[in-house]
Design a protein around this ligand. Structure first.
Ligand SMILES: C[S@@+](CC[C@H](N)C(=O)[O-])C[C@H]1O[C@@H](n2cnc3c(N)ncnc32)[C@H](O)[C@@H]1O
Length: 448
């Protein structure tokens, strides 16, 4: 595909995602497959789309002084400018004159001479005079929000909860690509064998520090590899692997996974149980519960039975105090998983945190009734927010004096996490910059 056609495709995707909020990874994959793009073209298209989206607010800041006289411009014109400025400022290997020339050509073709001349004027001015320095922004929260293109309310909230330094680390990590990690199905392949096979096939891999089943892949297309296709390994972020590691499972137990789809943690638990015992898995949506059963089949695990149910009423399905282990991997605001999908940070709303917390409280209250005395309950979220994490646990413990944080929780954490600054009396908050993972929270409670 010519560079011009690639830029046109990038512009179409950006306008659609930026204005209508389509899922960037789904639309990008679809475009790459539809156009049958080479690996190199696919990478450039992804770079232009993801790069522009993840730097949206910073680019807007750069453009503002050059757009003062402009009244409203059409969305595609705005995205053409954003995309061009992204390439001029951040992509060193693309010469400015090529970016400028092609932007003007696209403007002529899709609009008219007037738009082409606007694009030409703005981009030439930027080429001549450069862009503003964010250091000029005095307020540190505002500066961080703009330079990392995160919503102001979120940066403010994080700074209040975790301080400026940790927030800076988080925002920076969210601007970078998340390395892919996979989990071996240990009943079907050993870690050494999997690493050996992947290396022999040209992959660059290393063992995870957080799970003995985890492999971090820095080079190589795992989704096309036979080990993945045959279900000998599955894709899972290392932070999520921690859950299976911390459930303290053994063969023969009866386990509840209250919010299970798509089944990453359900299958991990069944592996830890050597596929002996029972995992009752639920999800609010029937279609999603089906995904859990499919994943279990793919990985050749037989003890998982997933069904649709609202786990806020799960005591309708089971006897009280009947499970050895319970996992509540709760629906959450997802503020820990902003890095893979650069546009989702713009759609998050602070009020969602409060409505989700109500659901988390209801779920915790309900599932906790099903745990046997002496049993263990893991509560986890893929978010970074005290209200949904530490505070949710603290409030639960107040309401349920029969529960406490498992005193051996910290000692059982993998070695690198034992001294992590995210530990508190209520659990462990993993920040995305700590181990280059998603942001994640987990804790283990016991019923005394
Ligand atoms: C964080 S995701 C779970 C991810 C899953 N544990 C995994 O590792 O693959 C939360 C899930 O909870 C489900 N959910 C939300 N509210 C629920 C409810 N009231 N009862 C059961 N499931 C619910 C959502 O549909 C979503 O699939």
């Amino acid at each position: 595909m010519s560079k011009y056609a690639l830029r046109e495709a990038a512009l179409q995707l950006l306008t659609r995602i930026g204005e209508n909020g389509g899922y960037s990874h789904v639309l990008l994959d679809r475009e790459i497959n539809k156009q049958q793009l080479s690996e190199q073209d696919g990478r450039l298209l992804t770079e232009m789309v993801y790069g522009t989206l993840s730097h949206r607010d910073l680019i807007h800041y750069y453009l503002t002084p050059y757009m003062k006289k402009q009244k409203k411009i059409r969305p595609w014109v705005k995205w053409l400018l954003y995309m061009s400025v992204y390439q001029m400022v951040f992509l060193e290997r693309v010469p400015d004159h090529a970016v400028l020339h092609e932007a003007v050509e696209i403007a002529k073709k899709q609009g008219h001479k007037g738009i082409a001349s606007l694009i030409n004027g703005v981009l030439r001015n930027i080429q001549r005079n450069g862009v503003a320095d964010v250091e000029e922004i005095k307020d540190p929260v505002e500066k961080l929000a703009i330079e990392s293109s995160h919503p102001h309310w979120l940066v403010e909230r994080w700074v209040e909860q975790y301080g400026l330094e940790i927030t800076q680390g988080m925002c920076k990590a969210n601007m970078h690509h998340l390395p892919m990690s996979v989990r071996i199905q240990p009943l079907r392949i050993s870690l050494t064998e999997a690493i050996h096979q992947l290396q022999a096939d040209g992959f660059t891999v290393e063992k995870s520090l957080l799970s003995p089943q985890g492999i971090v892949i820095s080079e190589g297309q795992i989704l096309r590899h036979p080990l993945f296709i045959e279900g000998r390994l599955t894709v899972q972020d290392q932070s999520s692997m921690l859950v299976g590691e911390m459930m303290d499972l053994s063969p023969g137990q009866k386990v509840l996974d209250a919010c299970s789809a798509p089944g990453g943690k359900t299958t991990h638990m069944a592996e830890k149980m050597e596929d002996e015992g029972e995992v009752a898995a639920y999800d609010l949506h029937a279609k999603k519960a089906k995904l859990v059963n499919e994943k279990a089949r793919q990985l050749e695990l037989t003890i998982i039975h997933a069904k649709q149910a609202d786990s806020r009423k799960i005591t309708d399905e089971h006897h009280l105090e009947s499970f050895d282990r319970i996992l509540l991997d709760a629906p959450c605001s997802g503020l820990g998983v902003l890095r893979g999908k650069p546009d989702i940070k713009y759609h998050k709303k602070e009020e969602d945190i409060f409505s989700l917390r109500n659901i988390q409280d209801d779920l915790l209250n309900e599932v906790s009734k099903l745990l046997k005395p002496g049993g263990k309950l893991v509560y986890s979220t893929c978010t970074v927010d005290r209200h949904e994490n530490e505070e949710a646990v603290a409030a639960f413990l107040c309401r349920h004096p029969e529960y406490e944080v498992d005193p051996s929780f910290t000692n059982d954490l993998p070695e690198p996490l034992q001294t992590s600054h995210g530990r508190s009396e209520f659990g462990l908050q993993l920040f995305p910059q700590d181990f280059d993972t998603d942001g994640f929270f987990l804790t283990r409670l016991i019923r005394t």
